[in-house]
Write a protein that binds this ligand. Structure first.
Ligand SMILES: *Cc1c(COP(=O)(O)O)cnc(C)c1O
Length: 395
């Protein structure tokens, strides 16, 4: 692996130099006012990135998975019913976590490559006259399949059923890269981590709680200690933490969110859309197709690309690493060996994307796939030349 090449895994993402420097800092006393000067602006910025006016933002030394656990254990009790669709590895894992916590999950199976079936949710919620379902779980962007689900449609389904269930959204691979509207979509808990759209190393679970979600915690009985938001909230009010915070990461998060807001969220989303569309043009140029079943589902942060029957897509990832020192994502779970993934989120530019497309093309040619050198690169070049004006990521 070369440290000069960008990575094209869908997290952890490339870290801009300025953010690396902000993370690498001398030890400070986290009980001094200096800590609050990192913590509170970072919370304020994250709230803006989530497009919420009122959400309470919490940071735990953890990852997105810890964010899932924070959401569940602070709001639910053993045996509580939750509704979730399984359409990829990440929704599958969140369901698995619910089950291991003794929750009763109504799983709606969906093909890997499809989005969340909001109409099915509406039927199930409408039939739940006793309001036993406490929470609807939704994975905004299925990183395994490159599928973005319509969270506004999930909210409409809950409202159409006149159901009081809360809506928890996994935005680990969307938040900070694709539009996310916590308040408008009525999201009660938003979950993400530091190492994807926020361009940081792994190490922080980042969660936003609505007032309703916080209130649910007053009666919830699932065990929680490390991830108890009540301890966090109390400590934040005193400028501190219930235990030792990941100070460098929080300092980095303050900077990375400053950078996102300075670029402008709409520009950030447009940049991701443009880069992603160039990758999709390349895939078309190769004569291959995406795992995502239809264009309305295409993710702007990761593309899962199907390879021909009988070909092991994982070979692409292995050869890319070995021969060219470049990282792509493998297929996970049901699509293992059937797809490889190009992550294009976080600190990414058109030019970086072209290097990934060119490298993938070499690897596929090496492995005997009928991909003509230059076919994907040219398709992406044409798009990037004529597409929306380039607004490049801050170096
Ligand atoms: C990466 C990811 C996770 C898991 O996050 P970790 O930080 O690895 O714990 C969860 N959900 C989605 C959609 C992801 O992309």
């Amino acid at each position: 692996m070369s440290f000069q090449n960008p990575v094209f895994i869908p997290g952890p993402t490339n870290i801009p130099e300025a953010i690396r420097k902000a993370v690498d800092m001398p030890t400070i006393d986290h009980r001094s006012p200096l800590f609050g000067q990192m913590l509170h602006p970072a919370r304020e910025n994250v709230r803006k990135v989530l497009k919420s006016d009122t959400a309470e933002i919490f940071f735990f030394p953890s990852t997105g998975t810890g964010g899932w656990e924070t959401a569940l254990t602070n709001t639910l009790s053993p045996g509580d019913k939750v509704l979730a669709a399984r359409n990829g590895m990440f929704s599958h894992r969140w369901i698995d976590m619910c089950q291991r916590h003794g929750l009763n999950v109504e799983v709606v199976p969906a093909a890997w490559g499809e989005g969340i079936p909001a109409d099915r949710f509406e039927e199930i919620l409408s039939a739940d006259k006793g309001h036993e379902i406490k929470v609807v779980l939704a994975t905004h962007n299925e990183t395994a399949t490159g599928v973005r689900s319509d969270i506004a449609a999930v909210r409409r389904a809950i409202d159409a059923a006149k159901h009081p269930a809360m809506l928890f959204v996994d935005g680990v691979s969307s938040i900070g890269s694709m539009d996310f509207r916590m308040d408008e979509w009525g999201v009660d808990i938003a979950v993400t981590g530091s190492q994807k759209g926020f361009m940081l190393p792994a190490g922080l679970a980042i969660v936003g709680f609505s007032e309703k979600a916080k209130k649910a915690g007053e009666t919830a009985t699932l065990p929680r200690t490390f991830f108890d938001i009540r301890d966090m909230e109390k400590s934040y009010a005193a400028n501190g933490y219930p235990y030792t915070p990941a100070v460098g990461l929080l300092n980095g998060l303050k900077l990375s969110t400053d950078m996102l807001l300075a670029e402008g969220l709409d520009n950030v989303f447009a940049r991701h859309h443009r880069i992603a569309e160039g990758v999709r043009q390349a895939v078309h140029g190769w004569g291959l197709s995406l795992c995502a079943a239809s264009p309305d589902l295409y993710s702007d942060t990761v593309s899962a690309i199907r390879t021909p029957q009988g070909f092991n897509a994982t070979d692409i990832v292995a050869r890319a690493a070995k021969e060219y020192g470049i990282a792509f994502g493998t297929g996970l779970g049901e699509v293992a060996g059937k797809v490889f993934r190009i992550g294009h989120l976080g600190s990414m530019t058109d030019v970086m994307a072209l290097s990934g497309i060119a490298a993938a093309e070499m690897v596929m040619a090496d492995l005997g796939l009928p991909v003509r050198l230059g076919s994907g690169v040219a398709a992406a070049q044409e798009y990037y030349r004529h597409g929306a004006p380039a607004k490049q990521a801050a170096a």
